[in-house]
Design a protein around this ligand. Structure first.
Ligand code: AMP
Length: 291
């Protein structure tokens, strides 16, 4: 059965009105921010958002300010028509898809400064990335003014930084972080997986396989972060993944740990061909990695 068509809102002014209409008389609103090319990972956030609020807005915006000059902003996959159909199919009430000029009508001179947590992990190899992310997230929150914003654990560092921003800037928005949705072999779903050739797709499974091995080593009693990270790195390199970083960090502070506890998180990034992929998992407890 075809889903009800959903409105696609292109301007901030109309989005503000629409948000008011969607709230109606005392209803709650959730925002799911995305860069589009929606897959099951994004759509699981829509499902979660529908559990948490009366109406859900999905934003689709490839944010230029979070891409470095040598990164894939121009090539980033875009499919607004498909995204609108997919969001509608999962019960979103509206899609907010502004052009860059709408979100950045003049040169941006005021930014969210994300602080030292943004300098490590992905931030170390993507300078300025989290400044762009937090700035656009704040803009989106100011336009839509949701009660709850739903993010994925796939972008673990991003979810921690957004949580910090909400707390430290006193934003009246609840953060919900939803689990990583994976392919049956374990690869975390990502819009960037569309870049992978069949041969690269074969290699990409190493990211989740390496995390699974680290969890198995932890379960067998290994607590030394350098040993666990060394194992992960070895699995990635042997499988033809060029490592960007492998770290085990405290999930609240993102500080690297030396003696690993069950809630600490192994986070990694690596290149498969030209494509940079990320993944993470706690060393113990719930994860969506295959057994
Ligand atoms: P993106 O479009 O890549 O910026 O992602 C938009 C949101 O979807 C972010 O909060 C991501 O963490 C989340 N997301 C992306 N992939 C997944 C996935 N495989 N599982 C869960 N959440 C995801």
């Amino acid at each position: 059965m075809a889903a009800e068509p959903v409105p696609v809102v292109r301007s901030c002014a109309r989005m503000r009105e629409m948000a008011r209409e969607l709230r109606g008389d005392g209803g709650t609103l959730a925002l799911v921010p995305t860069m589009g090319k929606l897959h099951e990972g994004h759509l699981s956030l829509v499902d979660r958002a529908r559990e948490l609020a009366d109406a859900v807005v999905v934003s689709v915006f490839v944010n230029p300010t979070q891409f470095g000059p040598a990164e894939d902003f121009g090539a980033y996959p875009r499919d607004l028509e498909g995204d609108v159909a997919r969001a509608a199919g999962r019960g979103a009430a509206a899609v907010f898809a502004p052009e860059a000029e709408e979100m950045y009508p003049r040169p941006q001179t005021i930014w969210v400064q994300p602080g030292p947590l943004a300098d490590r992990l992905c931030g170390a190899s993507r300078p300025g990335h989290f400044r762009g992310v937090l700035t656009v997230v704040l803009k989106l929150l100011n336009v839509v003014r949701p009660d709850v914003a739903v993010f994925g654990r796939k972008d673990f560092q991003q979810s921690v930084l957004v949580g910090r921003m909400l707390a430290e800037l006193n934003l009246p928005v609840r953060l919900e972080v939803a689990p990583i949705v994976r392919e049956p072999d374990g690869l975390a779903k990502s819009s960037r997986n569309f870049y992978l050739s069949p041969e690269e797709r074969g290699r990409a499974v190493r990211l989740s396989a390496a995390l699974r091995e680290a969890r198995a080593a932890f379960a067998a009693g290994e607590r030394d972060a350098s040993v666990l990270c060394g194992g992960v790195r070895g699995t990635l390199e042997e499988g033809g993944v060029r490592v960007d970083y492998v770290e085990i960090v405290d999930p609240a502070t993102l500080e690297p740990v030396s003696e690993v506890g069950p809630e600490d998180v192994c986070a990694l990034a690596g290149f498969v061909g030209e494509t940079r992929l990320i993944d993470n998992a706690p060393l113990s407890g719930a994860s969506t990695l295959p057994e």
